[in-house]
Design a protein around this ligand. Sequence first.
Ligand code: 7XF
Length: 401
Amino acid sequence: MKKNGLNRPAGFSTRAIHEGYDPASHHGSLNPPVYLNATYSFESIAQGQQRFAGEVPGYVYARVGNPTQSVLESRLASLEGGEAAVAVASGIGAITALLWSFLESGDEIIADKTLYGCTFAFMGHGLSRFGVKVHFIDLTQPDTLEAVMTPATRFVFFETPTNPNMRLIDIDQICRLAHAHNARVIVDNTYGTPYLQRPLERGADFVVHSMTKYLSGHGDLIAGAIIGSADDMLNVRTVGLKDMTGAVLSAFDSFLLLRGIKTLELRMTRHCESALALARQIESYPGVESVLYPGLASHPQYALACEQMSAFGGMIALELSGGYEAGVRFMDAVQLAQRAVSLGDAETLVQHPASMTHNNYTDEEREAHGISLGLARISVGLENIEDLSADILQALDQASQ
Ligand code: 7XF
């Protein structure tokens, strides 16, 4: 922010609302204009040549950048504590644009064994076709990392909490081990959001997001982001985004994201409160075998959750004593909550990972990667908590009948 009237750095929500935009430079317009253009007019051919060569600042073509998107990018960089950000068309666009910017045939990646289904498909089934080897290991046990590191290891990649089974990975420890072997660390912070955890401040080199989720917050768009150093982001923009994926985010979606991010702190506070209340309520409910939520003292990594996250997020995974059939009965019985994939919306969403978000895993892979057939996932929304809990409890009652 140019000026904030403070003699200290501005707080999270202040930056989420003001960072990177000065109304005075835009006719006093409180909101950033939506620049609906594909191309930019140059004052002279010489100026265009210099812009293309990166010798002078300025836009050249909207696949590479757009002023509405630039406001969003400075806001994201500020919230994650990074130097720069690149906003792209989807979460998978973020992961692919980042990795295509740096990887070469012969390189290796170490990834945690639980990844969102399409991330797993890209790494496990896609990259191997181009000569990149991906080792999937259990990064909740950091000691296993060194045994698989080789001089060819370029990146260590993980989600924390993991989608869908809520395992946590110790960001500090993985960064220390990876850096000792010159590998760089990428954290998918979609579940956490920068409000709850900031991996770059703990040593990670890159954060990626599916902005489709909490950052948008309203289930009305698909988007992704990469945050890191200014040099790395220049490379991601001019290679991964411009040439390798073309995964450009529209100006209008950039605007919607700026609108959503203004309320990120408020929304996350409510998601966390409701999810904790619901997790506590259903943990000992008849017919519930286990509830996986990092804010429960029964979570195997509760201590790490308290250390690494400022609150525990809006996602819950659960297994019912009646296994897969009971899980399906539960998800079919909800009335207020919606049966849908995605997460982080105002609406509470329930889904079955094994057959939906994680159906890219074969049955054998799913088992080896610890994604149980009986697992149900709840993205706790912003509804009145009494209404929501009544709906979830009546669905659990029906599931155990
Ligand atoms: O390309 P997208 O914006 O859908 O984001 C991909 C992605 C990347 N990282 C994580 C941790 C994700 O959860 C996602 C998308 N997950 C949705 C879900 O789990 O419901 C996708 C619905 S099929």
